[in-house]
Every structure is written in structure tokens, then in C-alpha cells.
Design a binder for this molecule. Structure first.
Ligand code: NAD
Length: 482
């Protein structure tokens, strides 16, 4: 495959390439350009030229909306192909890839609908002053995308950025370049200005670092790990370029004794096994009331034991881990599963029975008896590994939930509305779910972190505002002018 720069399909300037593999089999899937700084430069220049073109500057907001609606329709029309590629490239079960494709279409539709509703305000100052605000695009926005939701996260940034009138340079993750390139094929089919959307494939240190440091970039949206997010922020600071960082979490499900325990157990499992636990908002901590600890954990363990593992294309419950590197990281965490009362209730190792030995599979795992300060209860493992901690009362549950560097999302499970609302107010994180978790794809819901989970918001109208800058205009009105 080639990458998409300035409306053309091109190789890297220096001809370098890199391979993407199917993590279920380790078989090569495709070869893409491994771009360098020169290619990034070319893409940023192409985006700038498209941004400044009359075609884009004169395009009505409603027309931008129509183009996004067309993209949504094209994504849906190609859903089978996109989902299949996503599954082969990222490993996730086909049903999850299909859901991601639908969410990508929904992002386009949602932001299409608001492209012509980017309203300003009038500010009452004095009778002789008309003061108003305008929401203007930023210019060229860069999007550095991780491997866990390659299509969904690419479109999550691209759609609001375009709706707000920006031009885009997007770098897919090294491991999962395919579906972003497929989106470029769809964009090429309709009347977007040539060069408005550029997809540059390559490694983080080459393409990602050049993009973040490029003086022609007006905003960087980064999703990935904390150390890389810090590097991106540092690089962008050199040009005073604003960044949105979405850096993952150690999100808890807090389960009280009065909850519907079967329902809660279903969701606790779903929230940690989705995409094999490689989800920034995975419910990776279970904070459970001591009175129901044993019965509830047993329900979770039973469900985890019943899950099937396999290549995503065969529709298992859990697909492979993305790479050998990530599998090694998960495995290394298992060595920490020791200490007073700590037990691995199920899983805890690679899954190696044929044909799983061909790929990177890890058994769904429950680690019980952890204290809040244990590394397994604090660090993002990014695999199907659930860390269990007990609490005695609501106040302690809040303390445990907040005792982390992260703050992305929290699930609260109780039938007591007072308790639920009190917790929702006390918990330090960007999103709280009561008696559900990460429901419905959440296209409309502002999403982002507190603490080391990052800052800035994606999804919803908040994200759209994040791709604009605010201008204030003050006009003096001369009384009795003739
Ligand atoms: P990463 O943060 O290194 O990679 C994310 C993206 O950043 C990729 O596109 C990568 O190519 C790019 N990148 C890498 N180095 C860069 C640099 N110096 N400058 C700019 N861009 C750069 O993540 P990873 O190494 O693939 O995964 C490691 C850990 O990151 C995981 O274990 C997990 O904890 C976390 N992670 C979080 C999310 C999330 O959704 N928040 C997604 C993926 C990974």
C-alpha cells in the first residue's frame, strides 16, 4: 500500500517501507511506506495549501457537513471491507471491528450536523459597543493515532477537525496503518480539496516526532502512552502548539452490595475483555464491597473462564494482543502478582494451545486480594487483566478509586441513587457511568481525562470547540451617526 499525501498515493521519499502483521498468526498482512521528516514536511505543506485554497476557504459550512455525511455513507457502504481489515490488522473480534466502523460513520454524521452550528456569542458591554465572538479553525491539525482503535480514533479526530474547517495530517500507529489508508480512499472519491487530508505512515520516532515538532502544525491530538504523550507535548511546546492528550487510565468499576450483581458482573467482564483489554477506558480495576467480595468475584471468574480466544476473524470473545512487545509487557506484570493475600484467580499466562501459539494470545485474568498501592492496582497493563481490591464503605471506595495517577472513567454499580450521585461528584475522572459502562460508543459524550489520563476533550460538542480558536471582535457604534 502507499500513503496519501497532497491528494496522491506515494512512497516514502527515501523508499523505506515497513511491514504490518496479523497479530493472530504473525503472518505479514501488508507493507506500507515508512515515512521520514521530508514526507511529513510535504504533507504539512500540502495541508497548508489546501487549507488556504479558495475551494476550502469559500466552502460553506453546510457543504463541509454534506461532505462528512457522504463520508459516513461511504464508510457504511464499505463496512464489511473496513471491519475485515481492522480485524486482520489490529486483531480484534470482527463484531468489535464492525461496531468500530459504525462508530466511525456516526462521528462523521454527528459532526456533519454541527458544521454549520459553530455559533459565536454577543457580549453585552455598553450600548455603544457591539462585541461578538467568532469560532475560527486552527489551520492544520496533526493526529497521532494508537493501535488499539485505529479506525475509530482516526475518525474521532478527523471528523470534528474537518467540520470546524481545518486541514489534517494523520499518522496511524506503526502496527495498524491499514484502515486510515482505506479512509483516504473514500475521501479521494468526493469533493474534498486535494491535500486537505493526508495520511503519513511510519514509526513514532520518525513520523510522530517530526509531526509534533513541525512549526506548520497548529494543533496536535495524541492518543497513546503517558511517556510518548509527554514527548509530544514537549515537542509541540517548542512552537507553542496546543495539544490534546488522551493517555489511558486505570479505570475502576465500583460494585456495591446492593447492585444488580449479575448485570454488574456481565459489564465488569465486558469492560476488561473488550479488545483484549487494550482499551484506554478498560475497566481494569474492580473495587468491590467486602460483604459481596467472594460471591461477586466468583461470578466474574466463572464468566472469564467461559470466554473463547481466537483469531478475530473467527469471532471469538477475545482476540490476540497487538504485538510481541505488548504480550511481553503483560506477562512481565504477572511476576508482580505476589504479596499478602494476592492470588491469580484465573488466567495469568499466555495462551499457547494450537492454533493460539501462532499469535500473541493472553488468557483472561483476574488478580484478587490487591491493596490500592500495589503496582497491579495502579499501572496500566493494557491486557485482559482485572485487578480486584475490596472496600468497606463508600468513603473508602472513593479513596481507592481516586488513589491513582489516572482519571479517565469510572463505573458505579448500586441501586441507591443518593450513593450513586454522591460518588459521581467525589470521583476524580473525566466520565462517570452509573449502572452501565462506556455505553453506546459515546460519540455524543465529551470524553477525556483528569491527571495523567491527559487533557482536552474528544467526542461531543466539546471536541468540536477544541478544533477552533476564539476571536473576539469589539465594534464601537457612534451614536447619532449620519
Ligand atoms: P505509544 O504512545 O508509543 O504510541 C502511540 C502513537 O504515538 C503511535 O502512533 C506511535 O507511533 C506514536 N509515537 C511513538 N513515539 C512517538 C514520538 N516520540 N513522538 C510522536 N509520536 C510517537 O504507545 P505504544 O508504545 O504503542 O503502547 C505502549 C503503551 O501505551 C500501552 O501499553 C498502553 O499503556 C498505552 N496506550 C494507550 C492507548 C490509549 O488509548 N490511551 C493506546 C495505545 C497505547
Amino acid at each position: 500500500m502507499q500513503m496519501f499525501i497532497g491528494g496522491e498515493w506515494v512512497d516514502a521519499a527515501d523508499g523505506q517501507t515497513m511491514e504490518s502483521i496479523d497479530p493472530a498468526t504473525r503472518e505479514p498482512l501488508t507493507v506500507v511506506p515508512s515515512a521520514g521528516a521530508d514526507d511529513v514536511d510535504r504533507a504539512v505543506n500540502a495541508a497548508r495549501a489546501a487549507y488556504e485554497s479558495e475551494q476550502w476557504q469559500d466552502m460553506l459550512p453546510s457543504q463541509r457537513g454534506r461532505l462528512l455525511n457522504r463520508l459516513a455513507a461511504d464508510i457504511r457502504a464499505n463496512a464489511d471491507e473496513l471491519a475485515r481489515w481492522e480485524t486482520l490488522d489490529a486483531g480484534k473480534p470482527l463484531a468489535q471491528s464492525r461496531a468500530d466502523v459504525e462508530v466511525a460513520a456516526r462521528y462523521c454524521e454527528y459532526y456533519a450536523g454541527v458544521a454549520d452550528k459553530l455559533l459565536g456569542e454577543t457580549i453585552p458591554v455598553r450600548p455603544d459597543l457591539l462585541d461578538y465572538t467568532l469560532r475560527e479553525p486552527l489551520g492544520v491539525t496533526a493526529h497521532i493515532v494508537p493501535w488499539n482503535y485505529p479506525l475509530q480514533i482516526a475518525v474521532r479526530g478527523l471528523a470534528p477537525a474537518l467540520a470546524a474547517g481545518n486541514a489534517v495530517v494523520l499518522k496511524p500507529a506503526d502496527e495498524t496503518p491499514v484502515t486510515a489508508l482505506k479512509i483516504a480512499e473514500l475521501i479521494e472519491r468526493s469533493e474534498w480539496p486535494s491535500g486537505l487530508v493526508n495520511i503519513v505512515t511510519g514509526t513514532g520516532p520518525r513520523v510522530g516526532a517530526s509531526l509534533a515538532a513541525h512549526p506548520g502544525i497548529n494543533h496536535v491530538t495524541f492518543t497513546g502512552s503517558v511517556p510518548t504523550g509527554i514527548a509530544v507535548m514537549r515537542a509541540a511546546a517548542g512552537n507553542v502548539t496546543p495539544v490534546t492528550l488522551e493517555l489511558g487510565g486505570k479505570s475502576p468499576n465500583i460494585v456495591f452490595a446492593d447492585a444488580d450483581l449479575d448485570e454488574a458482573a456481565d459489564w465488569v467482564v465486558k469492560s476488561i475483555i473488550q479488545n483484549a483489554g487494550q482499551t484506554c477506558s478498560a475497566g481494569s480495576r474492580l473495587i468491590v464491597e467486602r460483604a459481596i467480595h467472594e460471591t461477586f468475584v466468583e461470578r466474574v471468574v466463572e464468566r472469564m473462564k467461559a470466554l473463547t480466544l481466537g483469531a478475530g476473524i473467527d469471532e471469538p470473545d477475545i482476540g490476540p494482543i497487538i504485538s510481541q512487545k505488548q504480550l511481553n509487557t503483560i506477562e512481565s506484570y504477572m511476576e508482580l502478582a505476589c504479596g499478602e493475600g494476592v492470588t491469580i484467580r484465573t488466567g495469568g499466562r499466555r495462551a499457547t494451545s494450537p492454533p493460539l501459539d501462532r499469535g500473541f494470545f493472553f488468557e483472561p485474568t483476574v488478580i484478587d486480594g490487591l491493596s490500592a498501592d500495589h503496582r497491579l492496582a495502579r499501572e496500566e497493563i493494557f491486557g485482559p487483566v482485572l485487578s480486584v481490591i475490596e472496600f468497606d464503605d463508600a468513603r473508602q471506595a472513593i479513596e481507592i478509586a481516586n488513589d491513582t495517577d489516572y482519571g479517565l472513567i469510572t463505573g458505579v454499580w448500586t441501586t441507591n441513587v443518593h450513593k450513586a450521585l454522591w460518588l459521581a461528584g467525589q470521583i476524580r475522572c473525566g466520565q462517570v457511568y452509573v449502572n452501565n459502562y462506556g455505553a453506546g460508543g459515546g460519540v455524543e459524550l465529551p470524553f477525556g481525562g483528569y491527571g495523567k489520563s491527559g487533557f482536552g476533550r474528544e467526542k461531543g460538542l466539546e471536541a468540536l470547540r477544541g478544533y477552533t480558536q476564539l476571536k473576539n471582535v469589539a465594534v464601537r457604534i457612534k451614536p447619532n451617526a449620519r
